[in-house]
Design a protein around this ligand. Sequence first.
Ligand code: ADP
Length: 259
Amino acid sequence: MSFLTVYITDKTYTNGVQAIRDLHFQVAKGEFVALVAPSGAGKSTLLNLLAGLDTDFQGKLAFPADASLSFMFQEPRLLPWLTVEDNIRLVLDAPARHTDLTRFARMDLLLQQLGLQDFRQLYPNQLSGGMKRRAALVRAFVTRPAVLLMDEPFQSLDEPTAQGLRQLLLQLWAEHHPTVLFVTHSLNEALLLADRILFLSARPAQVVLDYTVPLPRPRPQQLSELQALQTELLQRFPQLLSGSGVSSQPFANPAAPKL
Ligand code: ADP
């Protein structure tokens, strides 16, 4: 059953740039969906619409009214004048801040799980890029979001650090099971993380392929283990990553390729 429905007929900015046209898809509860598209296709625009940060569009977005939402951006966006712990406390609801022990227990557990327990009193400029992302992951999960929107959260990190963070994200997702929309440029990253990948066209964004990842979980430890699957997919759809020259009609989901 669909938990989240995206039915956007038009999103045009005031400067006349049409970022999205006829973008339609549905996501099931707890599903991990990756969005892969060329740069400038309209992915961030879509996440901003879903987050309610921008309401100026034609169409419909539907998800349960009580569904809580977290957003994790390309930059960790920690406030530099607050410690790690205070950055996380900030997203816990103000009225409950000093009384809700469950939330604080959850924060402590997440800090521990992500190896930040000894660093909670540090400020963001005292942390490595990977530690900042781990703090941002704690902040994203501490509110137990029903929907988690992630906009290239592991960009610009060295590969071992990014891979460590992907494994942490998979652990957290398996435990908490939010519905995830994860934007990435990396096909390997999408194959590693997602149940389903929506490939979008170049701007205005439309779905050109709705692809179910034919891999069991737990997923491989290294991106390199996915190379065969990536190669097969790109042989089948050579222009998939350019978002151009592909049919404007959605493809049928292909049969699962052999690994
Ligand atoms: P992506 O995240 O896929 O790289 P974006 O959603 O950021 O793409 O942008 C899609 C298109 O919309 C781009 O051409 C971009 O220049 C344009 N765009 C994004 N934000 C604005 C804005 N606030 N005003 C005008 N045009 C914008």
